[in-house]
Ligand binder design. Structure first.
Ligand code: TTP
Ligand code: MG
Ligand code: MG
Length: 405
C-alpha cells in the first residue's frame, strides 16, 4: 500500500528558540555557541548588551546559526574563530539546552495531537506517518506547521513523500518555513540533482569514493553500473545505494523510541509469607511500582504493558503481564495492573523475590496528551524581561529570515 510519510525539522532550532526571548535580535546574524559562552548583560537603563563574534577567543564551535548568519557563511560545527572572521558583527549567545529540550517537547506534543504516529529522531526532528489520516498532504502540512507555531512560536519545514528517505531529503528543499511534497510519480526527477552526501547514511568517506567513480548526484548513482559499486562497497551497501538512487525505502515509522523494558525487583532478606507478611509485601510491591514509574518519568517513556515476577522459596520463578488500554507512567495505574497480575498467580509458597516490569515503551512526548494551556509559563524564560507577547506564541510572530540566495 502507498504510504504517506512526513519529515518535520525545526528551522535553525537553537537559534530560533533564543530569538523567542531576545526578539530584538530578529533579522540579525546570530550564532549559538557553547553552554559557557557569554550571556547578555543588562545595563542600568535595563538595556541588553550582547557579545559579538569578533570578541570571541577560544576553541569553541558554532552550534547553530540564524539564516542571516548562514548567508555570511557561518554554519553548524564551524570553528568560532573562523566564524568570527566571516561575520565579526554577529551576535554570540550561549546554549541553553533546557530551553531547547522544552521547546522540543512542546512541538512534538503539538504534532502528536494531530498525527499520533510519530518517530522521534532527536531534539528538532520527527517522522510522522500520515497514511491513515484524512485530507490532502498540503492541508495536513499546513495544519501541522500552524500547530507547531501556536505551541512554540517557531517555524519548521516539512517534507511529505512515500517514505522516510525521501521525506528527510524533501524537508530540506524549501527551508526555512517550507513545505515540499513529492508524489510517487515524480520521485526520480526530484531526487536526481541531489548530491549523494545529502543522504543520511552516505558519509564523507562514501561520498569521496563515489566521487572517485564519477558519481556526484543521485541521478549519477541511478545510472551507475552495479558491478563497480559492489566492488567498492560490498553487496549490502551497494544494494542499499541502488535503492537510494531510486527513492526506495521500506523502513517503517518506529513509534516506540525504546523497544526494551524497565524494571525493578527486590530479593527479601527473609522469605515472606504471602498471607502472614501481607502488609510488608504490599508495601514493597507499591514501592517497586513507584520506582518503575519514576524511571519512566525520568526517561520520558510510557509503558503499555506491566508485568510482575515472583520467585518462590523453592526457586520457581513465575511471571505474568497485562496490557493497558493506554500507555502510562503513573505509579497508581502501574500498581493496579501489577496487583491484577499478582492475583493470577497461586501463592502457594513463601516469596524470595518480587519484581515489577514496564514494557512496550513509547516516547511520552508522542503518546501522552498533556495539558496544552500552560505553555507560556512553562517556557521558562521568566528571568528575561521579554513580555509574554514578545515570546511569540501568537501565529506568525516568529518567522525566520529568508533563505540565503
Ligand atoms: P539541524 O536541524 O541540523 O539544524 P538547525 O535546526 O539549526 O537548522 P535547519 O534550519 O537547517 O534545520 O540541528 C538541530 C539543532 O541541533 C541545531 O539547532 C543545533 C544542534 N546541532 C548541533 O549542536 N551541532 C551540529 O553540528 C548540528 C548540525 C546541529
Ligand atoms: Mg533543524
Ligand atoms: Mg534537525
Amino acid at each position: 500500500m502507498d504510504r504517506r510519510i512526513a519529515h518535520l525539522d525545526m528551522d535553525a532550532f537553537f537559534a530560533s528558540v533564543e530569538l523567542l526571548r531576545y526578539p530584538e535580535l530578529r533579522g540579525q546574524p546570530v550564532v549559538v555557541g557553547g553552554r559557557h559562552d557569554w550571556a547578555p548583560t543588562i545595563d542600568a537603563q535595563g538595556r541588553r548588551h550582547f557579545a559579538r563574534l569578533r570578541d570571541y577567543v577560544g576553541r569553541g564551535v558554532v552550534t547553530t546559526s540564524t539564516y542571516e548568519a548562514r548567508a555570511l557563511g557561518v554554519f553548524s560545527a564551524m570553528g568560532m574563530m573562523k566564524a568570527a572572521r566571516l561575520a565579526p558583527d554577529a551576535i554570540l549567545l550561549p546554549a541553553d539546552f533546557d530551553a531547547y529540550r522544552h521547546c522540543s517537547r512542546l512541538f512534538k506534543q503539538a504534532v502528536a495531537a494531530i498525527a499520533p504516529r510519530i518517530e522521534d529522531r532527536g531534539v528538532d526532528e520527527i517522522y510522522i506517518d500520515l497514511t491513515d489520516l484524512p485530507g490532502d498532504s498540503l492541508t495536513l502540512a499546513q495544519t501541522i506547521k500552524q500547530a507547531v507555531r501556536d505551541a512554540t512560536g517557531l517555524s519548521c519545514s516539512i517534507g511529505i513523500t512515500p517514505n522516510k528517505l525521501l521525506s528527510k531529503l524533501a524537508s530540506e528543499f524549501d527551508k526555512p518555513d517550507g513545505i515540499s511534497i513529492i508524489a510517487a510519480d515524480e520521485v526520480l526527477d526530484r531526487i536526481a540533482p541531489i548530491a549523494v552526501g545529502k543522504v543520511n547514511g552516505i558519509g564523507p568517506k562514501a561520498t569521496a569514493r563515489l566521487q572517485g567513480l564519477g558519481i556526484a548526484t543521485l541521478g549519477d548513482l541511478r545510472r551507475a553500473d552495479d558491478a563497480p559499486l559492489q566492488a567498492q562497497f560490498g553487496t549490502t551497501f551497494a544494494s542499499w545505494l541502488h535503492d537510494v538512487a531510486r527513492g526506495i525505502d521500506d523502513r517503517p515509522v518506529v513509534t516506540e523510541r525504546n523497544p526494551k523494558s524497565t524494571s525493578r525487583e527486590t530479593t527479601f532478606e527473609r522469605d515472606l509469607h504471602p498471607r502472614l507478611d501481607r502488609a510488608e509485601l504490599s508495601a514493597v510491591f507499591t514501592t517497586l511500582c513507584e520506582r518503575v514509574a519514576a524511571d519512566l518519568v525520568r526517561k520520558r517513556l510510557a509503558a503499555r504493558t506491566i508485568g510482575i515476577k515472583l520467585r518462590f522459596d523453592d526457586f520457581r520463578t513465575v511471571t505474568r503481564d497485562l496490557s493497558l488500554d493506554a500507555p502510562t507512567q503513573d505509579a497508581r495505574r502501574i500498581r493496579r495492573a501489577a496487583g491484577e497480575c499478582l492475583r493470577r498467580i497461586a501463592l502457594s509458597h513463601r516469596l524470595r523475590l518480587l519484581g515489577v516490569r514496564a514494557s512496550a515503551l513509547s516516547d511520552v512526548d508522542a503518546t501522552l496528551d498533556t495539558s496544552g494551556g500552560r505553555q507560556l509559563d512553562l517556557l521558562g524564560f521568566g528571568e528575561t524581561d521579554a513580555a509574554p507577547s514578545a515570546i511569540g506564541l501568537s501565529p506568525g510572530s516568529a518567522r525566520s529570515g529568508p533563505a540565503p540566495g
